[in-house]
Design a protein around this ligand. Structure first.
Ligand SMILES: [Zn+2]
Length: 143
């Protein structure tokens, strides 16, 4: 099951389990519970996008993902051996709600893009997204 699908099933189960509690609650508690639910949904929406966890997931994303250019919104150096950057990406594609993703990387492709961004030039990175799996990744091979 995909990550997004599992999330929806878990949320659905939670709603069913909470119904008897909901009915027996005093009236003033209902707005609090609704507010809690809205916050949880906002949290779930935020968690929706993740980088693939295994090499197999990366390979699947590489072959099935939608290729988009993600603009660099921000880049900072991380103290480490060599050059490591934390890059905030603005990911937008047709038919997709835009989202922000963080890519921590020392790849030459990303270093070049960060250098362009710091010179004030438009800089973007090639990103693959799979809306069904809720996954995204920077594809260093597609420049
Ligand atoms: Zn990278």
């Amino acid at each position: 099951m995909s990550r997004a699908g599992a999330m929806e099933t878990a949320l659905g189960g939670l709603v069913v389990a909470a119904l008897p509690i909901f009915v027996s609650m005093p009236w003033w508690a209902i707005p609090l519970v609704v507010l809690g639910g809205v916050l949880m949904l906002a949290f779930a929406a935020h968690l929706r996008w993740a980088e693939p966890e295994s090499a197999a997931d990366s390979a699947r994303l590489e072959s099935e993902g939608i290729a988009v250019r993600a603009r660099i919104a921000e880049a900072e150096d991380l103290p480490d051996v060599g050059v490591l950057h934390r890059i905030a990406l603005d990911v937008r594609a047709d038919g997709l709600n835009p989202f922000e993703a963080t890519h921590v990387c020392s790849n030459a492709v990303c270093q070049d893009a960060v250098a362009r961004h710091r010179r004030g030039q438009p800089a973007s990175l090639p990103v693959l997204v799979s809306p069904a799996a809720g996954e995204w990744m920077v594809s260093h091979r597609r420049v």
